[in-house]
Design a protein around this ligand. Structure first.
Ligand SMILES: [Zn+2]
Ligand SMILES: [Zn+2]
Length: 184
């Protein structure tokens, strides 16, 4: 079963683009109390035309609702999805940055890419984990310290390297590639 998942990857509940439309509408509604196509287009830095086209399937699915004055609202399901993806983004960013030690920028990028793909089950488990991490208790501080102190370093020889295992991940990436041991 699990090894068949990749075949259905494109059948995720919402696409990444749809997730960002829903989150944008949710943000605009919270900040201004209304959301029109113009506002969404401006917020996402796209044209009105392509914004309208992208909103069509969301309206068809009943996630976005337009009233007679062309003001957009989210249905309960639309809002649920928007808030779930937003929460996932926040949790993933904290996990990558504060627990794993990924740089701010990369943590933000990777969280954005995955945010819409988590199941509720994983999202809830992740929320529990981050909740514990943010308690900053003695055991959490000890754990973070132990993790920092046990970072693997690439040996540039895959057979002996615990990071790469079969082929070196870092060779041929040019000078921009950052090795774990160069992390600041
Ligand atoms: Zn994203
Ligand atoms: Zn290596």
């Amino acid at each position: 079963m699990a090894n068949e998942v990749w075949k259905h990857f494109e059948e995720n509940e919402i696409t990444h683009s749809a997730a960002h439309y829903l989150m944008t509408i949710n943000t605009l509604l919270a900040e201004h109390g209304y959301a029109r196509v113009t506002d969404i287009a401006k917020h996402l830095n796209i044209t009105r035309g392509s914004c309208s086209i992208s909103l069509r399937p969301l309206k068809r699915r009943g996630l976005v609702v337009e009233d007679e004055n062309k003001f957009l609202q989210l249905s309960e399901e639309g809002r649920r999805l928007a808030e779930l993806v937003e929460r996932n983004d926040e949790l993933l960013e904290i996990l990558f940055r504060d627990v794993l030690g990924v740089s701010d920028e990369q943590a933000e990028i990777d969280a954005c890419k995955i945010e819409h793909l988590l199941s509720i089950e994983t999202s809830v488990r992740l929320a529990n984990f981050i909740h514990l991490i943010q308690s900053n208790s003695k055991v959490v501080r000890a754990f973070i310290k132990a993790l920092e102190e046990s970072q693997l370093q690439c040996l540039h020889e895959a057979a002996r390297c615990d990071l790469c295992q079969h082929i070196c991940f870092f060779e041929g990436e040019g000078e921009t590639a950052k090795h774990p041991d160069e992390r600041t």
